[in-house]
Design a protein around this ligand. Structure first.
Ligand SMILES: *Cc1c(COP(=O)(O)O)cnc(C)c1O
Length: 850
């Protein structure tokens, strides 16, 4: 130890005037997807660039002034600098030529709420897939010039640093972000006054400071409670991403939801559409309801008006994954707010599905307060409508208002530079504009194979360098021997990237079954034992610090990687983050994913791999069930859900081994004199051609606009006109319908015929006891379809029955019915409430069948 107290002083260089706009570049996350911008910084001092974790702002504060002065006089550097600035200015100021119409209305503004955002490794306010998806959503919103703002929390401790020790234990280090180093600034009013808002917690107000980050055209507002005015405990609310206990969690969610709405107001912004990405931000609707109640609306009318322009995306495929709070806890935080809301406690609890002693569920709250909902893949939409079916008790899950929009990833962020350059020269610059044009991408097929392969091999080399670097650091820190290191890296040789390399990198949650490949060790041994056809498996990823089974998986894989027969063939690499992820998804040969069906809501790392020509080998779950077409990768057919866990693991792993042994390995090693396999290159091309245009976040965001945003904004206008007349009317109509519904009954009046000739019609007649409702409050409908083997109807079509007058309590409905097809048909008759202002015909969840 040195004697004395060390004092820290940071010496910042003065930025030469000619390079003054470097600061501007460092303060716009445009750099997170524009590689030439990052290269500009890196070239100044590659060592420092790595040391500051690719953070331009931190870099500019630490780099030697001399280096900057030199660069300011170096015409080569200035050339790159000017090119980057010109691209930046063009992006920021040129209007966009939109090839496809977007369903937006004048004056629209979309506000997007999420608890985490992942743009780049230099800005650690994310933990995994959800955050990166939110980041990609913002980036594409910027690319598409959407009127769009985002709201999140500014964590001092976000993505943690992961190390793996000599026994395979995950060692977690949280470091405090220096806000000075992040690409953020305090949000200001009139360029001078900082914006602070307050949220009420029991017995006190918490002050919240608003920061702003720029993501191209989009602004992300981040909320921070680390302020001297707050008591110690409250300063730590926004301290750590998903840290602390349930109380921390609810306070974070109150700050995000309620503080978020207040921040937007303080900024003078009036969104016409709100989008909550996962349930964490669902409290926002309470604040929005409260404001309307204050203006004189009833609680229910305010709820209708709020829900009508709010979109909710769920990402959780298991009931246990939803955020739950005990009723007493919710009560203690929201007691004071109930008076303002004009609602009784019981009714408030019901919003979160918390009746009969059940906990308050944030997903249910989100569903109660939104009229546009979606899962994140076709399968996940279906699963979500099943597990949330009690929100629409009388509606069949296949017709529930739960829709789906499959996730996508931001192409410029995740497509390696080398591919971008190749596409520039082979497809023309317009590929950037034609990202979602399925037909356009067919052109990839005409890229010469050897050219294509050379790019892949270069990226594989780069990836292996990264792996080398990580493994060496990890090994030497753990006091491993040099000889052992050489054995470990035998197959991960950047100079000879010719070993079939299979990557698996993502969060280590148990449902993702990182260790499925180790289900049958003998089989695995026989798969990897062939000395002429070696296989390298690279694993990377973090387990949540509270997830013991996830950490156990890391330990298990680490342990197996040390068995002599697997040495060098299996690597468990520490330090996964977005930077390492970009390398891995671009540089492996195969991207492996083995989740338990149907728990991978979507999965996105496979999409990143696919667009880089890395071939997916994955369970047909989430996005891959939609993406796989037989020519662009391999799909493991999931074992049926009713098998027990052991049996499913056995079945799925057998499928995996068979694919490896019969398809993947032989195809890769069927190499000719040019050093690659034609079939392999053809599959890699198919992967780009078929998957890049369909799984980009550009496609995803356009789908959100055209399915939800435009509609939500129109509903908002309709509901809010004339002092919220439509919302009030709809709320009282719903109350009336709900009251009457249990007494509604259907009875058939005609004699059913069971055989008619084609072209002939049959008259259907029913009487409906409407229990006080009017005939225009309902729709009576015939559904007709073919009878299929399982007794299910398929190709169902609907026909409305016409009201035929009322007699006493009953109204008559009839239909002259002429089936348009022959064969054995099934038809059913039902009644459900109908109002033209409804957003979804079945949003009330009420229906009666004959
Ligand atoms: C893409 C990505 C993820 C999400 O991967 P999944 O396949 O969806 O699990 C997680 N972490 C990082 C760093 C990523 O880049």
């Amino acid at each position: 130890m040195q004697p004395g107290t060390p004092f820290v002083i940071e010496v910042n260089p003065r930025i030469p005037r000619r390079l003054s706009r470097m600061t501007e570049l460092a303060n716009n996350l445009w750099y997170s997807w524009d590689r030439p911008t990052r290269t500009l910084f890196a070239l100044l001092h590659p060592g420092l660039w790595d040391k500051v974790n690719h953070n331009p702002k931190a870099f500019l504060k630490r780099v030697d002034e001399e280096r900057l002065t030199e660069a300011a006089e170096d015409h080569i550097f200035l050339g790159s600098y000017n090119r980057v600035l010109s691209a930046f200015d063009t992006y920021m100021s040129e209007p966009l030529r939109r090839d496809m119409p977007l369903d937006l209305n004048p004056g629209d503004l979309i506000a997007y709420f999420c608890a985490e955002f992942g743009f780049h490794e230099s800005f650690p306010v994310y933990s995994g897939g959800l955050g990166i998806l939110a980041g990609d959503h913002c980036k594409s919103a910027s690319d598409l010039r959407l009127p769009f703002v985002a709201v999140g929390l500014l964590y001092r401790q976000g993505y943690f640093l992961q190390r793996i020790d000599n026994d395979g234990n995950q060692i977690v280090t949280y470091t405090d972000s220096e806000f000075e180093d992040l690409p953020i600034k305090p949000a200001l009013i009139e360029e001078e006054t900082e914006i602070h808002v307050y949220v009420e917690l029991p017995g006190r107000n918490v002050e919240v400071k608003v920061w702003v980050a720029r993501i191209g055209h989009v602004r992300l507002y981040l909320l921070d409670t680390y302020l001297p005015a707050n008591m110690e405990e409250d300063r730590y609310i926004t301290h750590q991403l998903y840290g602390g206990d349930k109380h921390t969690r609810i306070k974070q969610e109150i700050v995000l939801g309620i503080g978020g709405v207040r921040a937007l107001e303080a900024l003078g912004l009036n969104p016409t559409v709100y989008h909550i990405n996962e349930g964490h931000a669902a409290f926002m609707m309470l604040e929005r309801i409260r404001r309307k109640v204050k203006k004189g609306l009833s609680f229910h009318a305010a709820l209708e008006a709020t829900a009508a322009n709010t979109v909710f995306t769920t990402h959780t495929p298991v009931p246990a994954g939803h955020d739950l709070f005990e009723q007493e806890m919710i009560w203690s935080y929201f007691r004071d707010c109930f008076n303002d809301l004009g609602v009784q406690r019981d009714e408030f609890m019901k919003l979160g599905g918390a009746s009969h002693g059940r906990d308050f569920n944030m997903t249910k709250l989100a569903l109660s307060g939104t009229r546009h909902h979606n899962g994140v893949s076709r399968i996940h939409g279906r699963v979500s409508s099943r597990i949330l079916s009690d929100m629409w008790p009388q509606v069949r899950p296949c017709e529930s208002p739960m829709d789906f929009i499959t996730n996508g990833v931001h192409v410029s962020t995740f497509l390696a530079k080398e591919w971008q350059d190749l596409f520039d020269s082979m497809l023309g610059y317009e590929w950037r504009r034609r990202q979602t044009d399925v037909k356009f991408w067919e052109k990839v097929a005409s890229i010469p194979d050897h050219h294509f392969w050379a790019v892949h091999q270069a990226l594989k080399s780069q990836m292996l360098y990264s792996v080398h670097h990580h493994v060496t650091q990890q090994h030497l820190r753990n006091h491993g021997s040099d000889a052992h290191l050489v054995r470990m890296l035998k197959f991960a040789n950047p100079l000879d990237p010719n070993v079939l390399t299979i990557g698996f990198a993502r969060r280590f949650a148990t449902y993702k079954r990182a260790a499925l490949i180790f289900e049958n060790m003998d089989w695995l041994r026989s798969v990897v034992k062939d000395a002429d056809r070696p296989v390298l498996f690279i694993f990377a990823g973090k387990a949540h610090p509270a997830d013991k089974p996830g950490q156990e998986l890391i330990r298990r894989i680490f342990d197996i990687s040390r068995w002599p027969e697997f040495e060098g063939k299996i690597l468990m690499v520490e330090g996964y983050d977005m930077g390492f992820a970009r390398r891995l998804v671009a540089g492996c040969d195969v991207w492996l994913n083995t989740p338990i069906y149907p728990l991978e809501a979507s999965g996105t790392s496979g999409m990143k791999a696919a667009m880089n020509g890395v071939i997916n080998l994955s369970v047909a779950d989430g996005w891959w069930e939609e993406g796989y077409d037989g020519s662009n990768g391999w799909a493991i057919k999931p074992a049926p859900e009713y098998f027990d866990e052991t049996r499913r693991d056995q079945e799925d792993s057998r499928d995996l081994y068979e694919l490896l042994q019969d398809q993947v390995i032989p195809t890769y090693y069927r190499r000719h004199e040019l050093g690659f396999s034609d079939e392999w290159v053809s599959m890699a091309k198919r992967s780009i051609i078929t998957l890049l245009p369909r799984f980009s976040s550009a496609r995803m965001v356009m789908e959100y606009v055209n399915k939800f945003y435009g509609r939500a904004s129109r509903q908002w206008r309709h509901y809010s006109e004339n002092g919220f007349a439509a919302a009030q009317h709809l709320a009282s109509w719903k109350a009336r319908v709900r009251q009457a519904w249990s007494g509604v009954n259907l009875r058939r009046l005609d004699d059913p015929r069971n055989r008619i000739c084609f072209g002939e019609s049959t008259a259907l007649k029913v009487a409906v006891d409407l229990n006080g409702l009017m005939h225009e409050d309902v729709r009576v409908e015939v559904l007709i379809g073919r009878a299929s083997k399982q007794g299910e109807d398929s190709n169902v079509q609907a026909a409305l029955m016409k009201p035929d007058g009322c007699a006493g309590k009953e109204c008559l409905f009839s239909l002259e019915f002429t089936p348009g097809i022959c064969g054995k048909l099934l038809y059913r008759i039902r009644v459900y409430p109908y109002h033209e202002s409804l957003t979804h015909p079945f949003e009330m969840g009420l229906m009666m069948w004959l």
